[in-house]
Design a protein around this ligand. Structure first.
Ligand code: 9MR
Length: 397
């Protein structure tokens, strides 16, 4: 009887196959290629995702290590942005937090003023509008990712993390979803939407606002097609589980506004999160949007609010920070108060171990959704306001 010898050859080509430009090249759980084609370099975006980005203009280091029998070449590059290390994001990272981020979208990427600030100051981008349901699935089963892809490409090619925003919200929701009146259909529509949107960006999103603004302003459940058709909170179970299946390593958040104030809304929010956890629904983080006002009564108490949110056992993120002036006119006293308010809020995050990062909802004042009330860190000419210094003082507090 003839014997057959199976010869196993460990070929260096198997382990060193090169990833194409923009392809994944590393991260927890990644088993594919870890080096990139010529002209591209493997850049770590977060613990779960490294991507082959254009090496042009960056600093590239190549590390050769031995794994078992195989030699693995790992090439890492930093973009100019990461190398600068002088902005708010670098400062907050040096104090142990994960990021300072900004809300932005495609329109900003052609403005050098916005791009310079994003590159220098930001470590994380949130799409202000491009990932919402009306943008991504305007008619049933017909998806449009052009604007969302632009955000993701800008973020990954500049070494920025991404907060996905959002998979389920009563606002910016197409009429065809609002018209659904039976639970089985709405369940499969939510599942398909979350699977498709979160699935497209699998491995690239640090955290998803899986559901946004589901609590009513006075506490209890917000009225929406979701609450009306389900009759209870279990539409959250559906969307969180679908998001988990689509992108298992993304942190999954419940996000809301006015939970920076103590009261019935915050109480309901905390209870909903605890109930989700007790039902085994995958939730990792809570987002307090923190749209507030100069001199707001919530601000002196904000540290306590973060402690309350941390009591859910979830990571806490400040997701949409802005602090509006009382009117369109600014005075030096108001600018100083706004600066102090930014310091108080940022300092509260720094003093709360569960608070992971802070996103400001826009770059220059003129681009804010709060028209004319100068709520951001940079003025209409993109110059740093006293608010910027307040933010920085908060990081250093
Ligand atoms: O900043 C967003 C603005 O450009 C949109 O017109 C608006 C429409 O709903 O949504 C704004 O972003 C909101 C965010 O998605 C959820 N929290 C409240 C934000 C400000 O309204």
């Amino acid at each position: 009887m003839k014997s057959t010898t199976l010869l196993i050859i460990t070929s260096p080509f198997l382990v060193s196959a090169q990833q194409s430009l923009w392809g994944q090249c590393g991260g927890i759980g990644w088993t594919g290629p870890t080096s990139c084609v010529s002209g591209a370099a493997c850049t770590t975006q977060n613990a779960y995702y490294a991507q082959c980005v254009s090496a042009a203009g960056g600093q590239t280091t190549t590390r050769v290590s031995t794994t078992g029998q195989a030699q693995v070449t790992t090439t890492r590059t930093t973009t100019g942005a990461q190398a600068s290390g002088s902005g708010l994001d670098a400062k907050i990272k040096s104090k142990g937090k994960k990021y300072v981020g900004f809300a932005t979208d495609q329109g900003d990427f052609s403005k050098s003023t916005d791009v310079n600030i994003l590159r220098t100051e930001s470590g994380c981008l949130t799409p202000e509008n491009s990932m919402k349901w009306d943008a991504t699935e305007p008619s049933q089963g017909s998806f449009n990712f052009a604007a969302a892809d632009a955000l993701v490409n800008f973020a990954t090619s500049n070494g920025k993390m991404i907060r996905g925003h959002n998979l389920l919200w009563h606002n910016q929701l197409p009429q065809w979803v609002k018209n659904i009146n039976n639970k089985a259909t709405l369940t499969s529509v939510i599942q398909n939407h979350a699977a498709t949107v979160a699935g497209r960006y699998k491995g690239k999103i640090y955290a998803w606002d899986v559901a946004n603004e589901v609590v009513a302003d006075g506490g209890g459940m917000r009225s929406s097609v979701f609450s009306q058709v389900f009759g209870d909170w279990t539409f959250l179970d559906v969307v969180f589980k679908a998001a988990k299946a689509a992108d298992p390593n993304a942190k999954l958040c419940l996000n809301d506004y006015n939970i920076n104030f103590s009261g019935a809304k915050l109480n309901t929010f905390v209870q909903v999160v605890k109930d989700l956890k007790s039902r085994g629904v995958p939730i990792d983080c809570v987002g307090t949007q923190t749209h507030t006002s100069v001199g707001g009564s919530d601000i002196p108490n904000f540290k306590n609010t973060l402690t309350t949110l941390a009591g859910t056992g979830c990571e806490v993120q400040i997701t949409e920070l802005d602090i509006a002036m009382p009117s369109t006119s600014t005075t030096s006293a108001l600018l100083a108060q706004q600066s102090s308010d930014y310091k108080t809020i940022v300092s509260a995050c720094m003093g709360t171990s569960a608070c992971a990062g802070i996103t400001v909802w826009g770059i220059g004042d003129s681009e804010s959704w709060i028209t004319g009330k100068h709520p951001l860190l940079f003025d209409d000419s993109y110059a740093k306001k006293p608010a910027y210094q307040g933010f920085l003082d908060g990081i250093n507090s």
